[in-house]
Design a protein around this ligand. Structure first.
Ligand code: KG4
Ligand code: ZN
Length: 354
């Protein structure tokens, strides 16, 4: 199988060619639109949609060239069908349908979250079921992954996502967009113990997350430190380190609860997996690795370049679905909201905002 994977749900325009036999990733091209959005300190949906339209054809050509194949060698095409910014999702889905129609091959609409959830299996034969901490710019969830298309949500955010906490925190600290990498860089020179920021939800039962209170606490700390002037460089570094520590402690506390539930519900489960853009964070990866060791679980994280949005994870999720006999009709309608676990109670948090 050779599957073209297309990702356009946020601010990366990405295409990849993925195979069901090693090496799985034959071509993988990601164009990050950060320069286009940076002046606004966040993603502007309209700019994103237009940029996807401008860049997608070129990304597909480059992915095919890297894989050394032409359109005629493709067995299927998979594209993110949601959740995400609807303009971008439409661009990717329309392109994928056109390729499928022209070549007479199956089209697979992939849930972006399923792309992240299964991405780990591109680099290691992780067996189902596994416990997944999914942390990205738009989502923050703990899930039991029972198989492709089969997810049980244990917890989700009731307000902001973890990546959003990094991004909004960076903005408050005057750091560049995207905030996660900027905070991680600044935190290296900072003292995480200097500002005692809250660890949201820590100590509470359950696996839900909340980050909006942390944002408020950071805003107050910034105002206190800066006064009427600008934040001193060392203060900004110390605040970045303190924010990163608070987010990580909160994620760890919730994951610890989820591990207990996972062990009870899935005694055969052996693995803790982290995925999504925030999973690129080195400090978080180290802490999760230690938590897994402490609780006798294996820990597997995709490499950082596979954590942030890419087409390979979409192509791979397409392959996993095709292997189950699943594909989609060409009248598939993009889904701005698309929960992985349809039985989970809907909450107000990230990904389900109006
Ligand atoms: O998965 P992703 O690329 O896009 C979404 O699906 O949202 O995740 C992007 C998010 C952003 O919020 C970004 O700040 C965060 O991932 N991120 C990081 C790091 N790299 C990216 N957060 C913390 N540390 C990082 N190194
Ligand atoms: Zn993502």
């Amino acid at each position: 199988m050779m599957v073209l994977g297309i990702e356009t749900s946020c601010d990366e325009t990405a295409a990849a060619v993925v195979s069901d036999t090693p090496p799985f990733i034959r071509g993988n091209i990601v164009f990050s639109q950060t320069a286009e959005h940076r002046p606004y300190g966040g993603i502007v949906p309209e700019i994103a949609a237009r940029a996807h339209l401008d860049h997608l054809d070129g990304m597909i050509e480059r992915a095919l060239a890297e894989a050394k194949i032409g359109f005629d060698a493709l067995s299927a095409v998979a594209a993110t069908g949601g959740p995400g910014l609807i303009g971008g999702v439409i661009v990717g889905v329309m392109e994928a349908k056109a390729v499928a129609l022209a070549r007479g091959i199956p089209f697979v609409a992939v849930n972006h979250l399923e792309g992240h959830a299964l991405s780990v299996r591109l680099i290691a034969p992780v067996a189902f079921p596994y416990l997944l901490l999914l942390v990205s710019g738009g989502h923050c969830q703990l899930l039991i992954v029972e198989g492709a298309g089969r997810y049980r949500r244990l917890g989700t955010t009731i307000d902001d996502a973890a990546g959003e906490a990094f991004d909004k925190g960076a903005k408050l600290l005057g750091l560049s967009y995207p905030g996660g990498p900027a905070i991680e860089r600044a935190a290296k020179a900072g003292d995480a113990a200097r500002f005692p920021l809250p660890r949201p939800m820590a100590g509470r039962p359950g696996c839900d997350f909340s980050f909006s209170g942390l944002k408020t606490a950071l805003r107050l700390a910034v105002a206190r430190q800066a006064g009427a002037g600008a934040l001193a460089a060392q203060d900004a570094a110390d605040l970045a380190a303190s924010l990163q520590a608070a987010i990580i402690e909160s994620l760890l506390d919730r994951t610890r609860n989820a591990i207990a539930i996972f062990k009870e519900r899935c005694p055969v489960g052996e693995t803790l997996v982290v995925a999504g853009g925030v999973a690129a964070n080195t400090a978080l990866r180290h802490r999760l690795e230690a938590l897994a060791a402490e609780t006798a679980l294996d820990f597997v994280a995709p490499p950082p370049w596979l954590c942030t949005d890419n087409g390979a994870m979409i192509g791979w999720a397409g392959i996993e679905r095709l292997k189950l006999g699943l594909s989609d009709a060409l009248d598939f309608a993009p889904r701005p909201r698309w929960p992985l676990d349809p039985d989970a109670v809907r909450v107000r948090g990230a990904g389900v905002k109006a």
